[in-house]
Write a protein that binds this ligand. Structure first.
Ligand SMILES: O=C(O)CCC(=O)C(=O)O
Ligand SMILES: [Fe+2]
Length: 214
């Protein structure tokens, strides 16, 4: 049995086992299409250093530290459109984490950062703050477990909470937690459940509302 949902902060809810195994498999299949282009998955460069995580984007392309329609730091191609099914999935995520009908209706995510972590990949503590909208971020994890660190809105340090994110878990952070620092301190190799579609590594999808218009 999966654990009950837990609150990691005001507006931050973790729902273990939210995606069924068939949904996970299906999303991994979509992931294989996304990484094949038009913009290949790549490690973004932050101040000249490649991140250990590799990322492919939908809707808008994220590069440190802005969103563009075309991947001007990769191959100049326009990223794939943000899929309708993901808008609906994002709305369902908000509905099932206690958001009001009005918030659900207003939720129109238009970018997803799709990260792939191998065993050695990590993500340092950061805020998701390149969006103009403060609508919640919806995070989905598939594959190997990770240790996810969810902190405070002031700085990268304590107080923070370390939790295990497992395949199928949903994490939503909005409201007073929307600009909380967070990161991934480690990936737990070979922990992916059998049949999730991924045999090695971890996929994380964060959908967001950019608040941008063309
Ligand atoms: O991999 C995760 O769980 C978090 C990813 C993240 O924070 C990001 O892409 O901004
Ligand atoms: Fe983030």
């Amino acid at each position: 049995m999966d654990d009950e949902p837990s609150r990691l902060g005001d507006g931050a809810v973790l729902v273990p086992g939210w995606l069924g195994i068939e949904e996970q498999v299906w999303i991994v299949g979509e992931f294989r299409n996304w990484v094949a282009g038009p913009v290949p998955i790549r490690a973004a460069k932050v101040r000249g250093h490649e991140m250990s995580v590799r990322t492919v984007c939908l809707g808008w392309h994220w590069q440190p530290y802005k969103y563009t329609r075309a991947a001007t730091d990769v191959n100049g191609a326009r990223v794939l459109p943000f899929p309708d099914w993901m808008v609906r999935l994002g709305q369902r995520a908000l509905r099932e984490t206690g958001h009001s009908g009005a918030e659900v209706d207003a939720y129109a995510p238009d970018t997803a950062l799709v990260n792939y972590y191998d065993d050695a990949a990590r993500m340092g503590m950061h805020q998701d703050k390149d969006e103009r909208s403060l609508a919640p971020v919806v995070s989905l994890s598939i594959g190997d477990d990770c240790t996810f660190r969810f902190g405070n809105t002031e700085n990268r340090g304590r107080p923070y909470t370390d939790v295990r994110l497992r395949s199928g878990d949903l994490f939503v952070f909005g409201g007073a937690s929307r600009l909380a620092y967070h990161g991934v301190t480690r990936v737990h190799s070979r922990t992916a459940p059998e049949g999730c579609g991924l045999t090695t590594g971890r996929i994380n999808i964060t959908m967001r509302m950019t608040g941008l218009t063309d």
